[in-house]
Design a protein around this ligand. Structure first.
Ligand SMILES: Cc1cc2nc3c(=O)[nH]c(=O)nc-3n(C[C@H](O)[C@H](O)[C@H](O)COP(=O)(O)OP(=O)(O)OC[C@H]3O[C@@H](n4cnc5c(N)ncnc54)[C@H](O)[C@@H]3O)c2cc1C
Length: 554
């Protein structure tokens, strides 16, 4: 046992591990949990006594009953790739990590009703492979976290992507969850014997309770049904650039107008600043930047010129029949042309032409540039077409000594990547966008962090912005600057009306422990009702009362 635990707590943990191993195979109980689950991109450290990989509901029930008996906290993960927000680490110390990645069955797939029912460990890549193998033409709700990240963990954090089912929790149709007392929750329609309808109707009957299981700690979700989007006859990506940073607010409003005038035809759209594009295009220029400083404005200008990077780049996807996509392109051209320097549409046909040209063009005619262009275009088309890729992961390695190399299954946490996501919601209005950008630039500059800004349309009204604070985790000074920078972004942003849609484990207590908030007090009351011993993921988006730990119940 870990030397930091006092002896009676340690005894309870030893007894609990022993009891757990009476039902769960010892090779799935890990005492090197600190190494396996405790390494975090944000630099957070939690004491994790041990971890259990459960393979079915009975094993989960057993872990919970042992946890209740010994008053020990348990923290559930699906695949534990909550990178930038805590990775697989619990919010509080001394939790047993309950890893559900081996519960990875696709339980049901309905081609006619366009839905899939999955266990926690099912990954984006696995669903994609399933579709390919069975010839099903649906889009996987992909994210930048790549093929090995779960669908469920992401959805329970209310994560998003840029396919038309942008908001992943919005695509949830139903779920089942084991409550801390061992009861199994499903919506009222299921209890009425109408399971099939339940799996395909989001709201159930009566108060909507499924929502209680997202960004919370009220249950262990063991399966969920997700609405899928059928692959339309035609998908086209589009990419555009803005010459002047001054036009970004106007471009944001143009995207809002496009979403409103082409409802259901466009997916989520991204606007990315030059720092963000640079990090995805070229290595960090460490030779030209002194330690403890960030890229200067002059160097940034040079690098942008060198790599042909504009002040802002936008991408998006169009979905529909060929005629609909053609008409939508016309509308996009009409609305973006006054602002965009370049506007290009990419589909499978243009991409194969580009590939063909780059294959036959001789070296002296800049073959390399054409090949690069075709690779970039492929990435954009894959992302909007719901093809899981690792295309976004190299970003995490920008400031690290270890470099991203293709063809390996990446774990950015154990590769020393330092990453904290600041992901605030921003109203889609010109002036708000400008205010937001100058605020992020100012705070990042203060801490010598590059401001890598993306704005994604999560609705017609709001952007969610993601700012990855990148650093080398081995560099203590950079880690401290990144953590302080996040904290100032959080607090200053709040004053200006910007606040994250999702929190990291380090910030939860500071936000939820608020005696003046009726909402957080209600959350606490619900928690007390469903989990009086506070054994399930204590502190996760919920005030955490102190409970005597490690005292066995009689
Ligand atoms: C380069 C990069 C790009 C990224 N791009 C995106 C993006 O486009 N969109 C996005 O949303 N995120 C993105 N992320 C952030 C993050 O990596 C993903 O959200 C990822 O899907 C979360 O990890 P996971 O799926 O393994 O979930 P987990 O880590 O397994 O789960 C997340 C949390 O949910 C809770 N939880 C998980 N499973 C259960 C369960 N069964 N029952 C109860 N509670 C549970 C736990 O508290 C857990 O900590 C990105 C990260 C990186 C590094």
């Amino acid at each position: 046992m870990h030397p930091l635990f006092d002896s009676s707590f340690s005894e309870q943990l030893t007894a609990a591990a022993h009891e757990i191993m009476q039902v769960i195979a010892p090779e799935r109980v890990h005492f090197n949990a600190q190494e396996l689950y405790g390494i975090c991109t944000t630099g957070a450290t939690r004491q994790i006594p041990f971890a259990v990989k459960a393979v079915d509901r009975n094993e989960i029930l057993h872990v919970l009953s042992v946890a209740r008996a010994h008053r020990l906290p348990v923290y559930t993960i699906s695949t534990g790739k909550n990178w930038g927000y805590g990775t697989a680490n619990p919010v509080e110390n001394f939790c047993i990590v309950l890893d559900l990645s081996l519960m990875n069955r696709i339980l049901d797939f309905s081609s006619d009703l366009a839905s899939v029912r999955v266990q926690p460990g099912v990954t984006q890549g696995q669903l994609y492979q399933f579709m390919q193998e069975h010839g099903h033409e649906f889009l996987v709700p992909v994210t930048g976290a790549g093929p090995h990240a779960s669908l469920m963990g992401n959805l329970l954090e209310r994560g998003y992507g840029i396919t038309p089912h942008t908001d992943h929790f919005a695509a949830l149709l139903s779920l089942e969850a084991i409550l801390p007392n061992g009861e199994v929750y499903s919506s009222t329609l299921n209890d009425l014997g109408c399971g099939n309808i339940n799996h395909h109707f989001k709201w159930g009957l009566g108060p909507y309770l499924d929502g209680l299981f997202a960004q919370s700690n009220f249950g262990i979700v063991v399966e969920c049904t997700i609405a899928l989007m059928r692959k339309p006859q035609s998908i086209s990506g589009f990419i555009f650039t803005l010459n002047s940073p001054k036009d970004v607010g106007k471009a944001a409003e143009a995207l809002r107008n496009l979403s409103q005038s082409l409802p259901g035809i466009l997916g989520g759209m991204n606007l990315m600043n030059s720092h963000r594009m640079l990090a995805m295009t070229a290595p960090f220029p460490s030779a030209q930047v002194k330690p403890g400083e960030s890229i200067s404005a002059e160097l940034m200008q040079d690098l942008c010129r060198q790599h042909n990077i504009a002040a802002w780049t936008g991408i998006g996807g169009i979905y529909g029949t060929k005629a609909v996509v053609k008409a939508a392109k016309k509308e996009i051209r009409r609305q973006l042309r006054p602002l965009a320097k370049k506007l290009t549409f990419i589909d499978e046909r243009t991409l194969s032409t580009l590939n063909l040209v780059s294959e036959y063009v001789p070296e002296f005619l800049n073959k390399k540039a054409l090949v690069l262009l075709s690779q970039k275009a492929r990435k954009v088309l894959d992302v909007v077409s719901g093809v899981p890729t690792e295309a976004a992961l190299p970003l995490s390695y920008w400031k690290t000594q270890k470099k991203y190399t293709a063809k390996q299954k990446h774990n950015i946490a154990t590769d020393d990547c330092g990453l904290i996501w600041y992901s605030p919601l921003v109203l889609n209005r010109d002036l708000e966008i400008e205010k937001y950008i100058s605020f992020v630039q100012r705070i990042c500059q203060k801490y010598a962090m590059e401001p890598l800004i993306t704005l994604t349309t999560v609705s017609e009204r709001c952007f969610d912005s993601t700012v990855p604070l990148l650093f080398d985790r081995k560099d203590k000074d950079a880690l401290q600057r990144a953590q302080q920078c996040y904290q100032e972004l959080l607090l200053e942003g709040q004053k200006l009306g910007f606040f994250p849609y999702r929190l990291g484990i380090e910030q939860m207590a500071q936000i939820v422990e608020n005696p003046d908030s009726v909402s957080w007090k209600l959350v606490e009351k619900i928690k007390n009702a469903v989990d009086p011993l506070n054994i399930l993921s204590p502190g996760r988006y919920c005030p955490s009362k102190s409970v005597a730990r490690g005292s066995a119940s009689s």
